[in-house]
Design a protein around this ligand. Structure first.
Ligand code: ADP
Length: 332
């Protein structure tokens, strides 16, 4: 493709992206072709999404929601079926090279050639991105991920955490304004998770827009300014984290009874109820006068004796479940 000269706009071009957005997608659709015995799969159903510049943006969704498909399209690894994607203002069809130069993607899988050193690996990667030797920042990038002392060690001698930091370094060699991290802390211990968060925050403070997928809701709540939730190839919400958290004016009361509750009491039918144990349920409710008393009455009216109870405010997990499963009763 030679589409990288700033081309004149044509009448049938998609409308220009908003320059305040690091990433903007419109009507993005991906249909994976079916194969023998596999029907085609519509993994992204025409999604619209904007990632504002300068933010830490979380992309959440259950397994199979379409997160990797989305990220792989951004990374140029999967071809979209329809729609427009713009990265740092560059349309990926019209300006693929500039779009690609504007983004670094840290994959989830760790695989390296065991016989390269971190220094060699970063030099190779810089070469792939066409960064001239004089402009390479290998040592600076290694220092940033605290691997300078391992610059010349074989990568097979690095710990899991070091390998993950090396992946981040690899995605940064061309100094992109956007960094995408796919499940950055999956399978990582708590201490290293905190270190990675701190590092990501530091990059963000230096102006890098961060997009991360995670299935640790706590991570999203802690780290992300904005959160989009996708489910079955559709965006079900995309808004500032604080707004999302305040969106559901809901509380949860956890009730333990002296004996098992074989059935959820009829009086709770209008509520989302999760069973936590044979003798323990969590009931979601909207706080208003007398509501908690009504719930407890529904339990005692069904012949149960309450052994203990506690309440909590709803957190991201509750909101996530509500948005991805709809009003849900019975099972937790
Ligand atoms: P997530 O990352 O949120 O778990 P994916 O983007 O991996 O979701 O997958 C979205 C849907 O597309 C799933 O139903 C998945 O099975 C399907 N899918 C993903 N990759 C392919 C592929 N290469 N061929 C066919 N279907 C795929």
């Amino acid at each position: 493709m030679s589409a990288d000269a700033p081309a004149a706009r044509r009448a049938d071009d998609p409308p220009a992206a908003n320059p305040d957005n690091a990433i903007e997608v419109r009507g993005l659709e991906k249909i994976y072709a079916g194969g023998k015995g596999f029907p085609p799969k519509r993994a992204l159903k025409g999604i619209d999404l904007a990632v504002p510049r300068g933010k830490i943006f979380g992309l959440l969704g259950p397994n199979g929601a379409g997160k990797s498909t989305f990220i792989n399209i951004l990374a140029g690894l999967v071809t979209k079926t329809a729609g427009a994607v713009s990265i740092w203002g560059f349309d990926i069809d019209r300006n693929p090279r500039n779009a690609k130069a504007s983004i670094g993607v840290v994959p989830q899988e760790i695989y390296f050639d065991a016989f390269f050193t971190p220094r060699e690996m970063l030099e190779l990667q810089a070469g792939l991105y066409g960064v001239p030797p004089a402009e390479r920042r290998t040592e600076e990038v290694l220092r940033a991920v605290r691997l300078l002392d391992k610059a010349d060690a074989y990568s097979r001698t690095l710990s899991g955490g070091m390998k993950r930091r090396l992946l981040v370094a690899k995605a940064m060699v061309h100094n992109p304004p956007i960094l995408v991290l796919d499940e950055p802390t999956a399978g990582v211990d708590i201490e290293l998770r905190q270190q990675l968060w701190e590092y990501v925050r530091g990059l963000n403070r230096r102006g890098v827009t961060i997009v991360l997928t995670t299935h640790y809701l706590e991570e999203a709540e802690e780290l992300c300014d904005d959160i989009a939730i996708i489910n079955h190839g559709e965006v079900v919400c995309s808004e500032p984290t604080r707004q999302l958290l305040s969106r559901v004016d809901e509380k949860v009361v956890i009730v333990r009874t002296t004996g098992p509750m074989t059935d959820i009491p009829d009086g709770l039918a209008a509520h989302r109820v999760e069973r936590r144990a044979a003798d323990e349920i969590a009931i979601h409710y909207t706080p208003r006068d007398g509501e908690a008393a009504r719930l407890l009455h529904a339990i005692t009216a069904a012949g149960h004796e309450i052994a203990d109870l506690s309440t909590k405010e709803s957190d991201l997990e509750d909101i996530f479940l509500q948005l991805t499963q709809g009003a849900h009763q019975g099972e937790g």
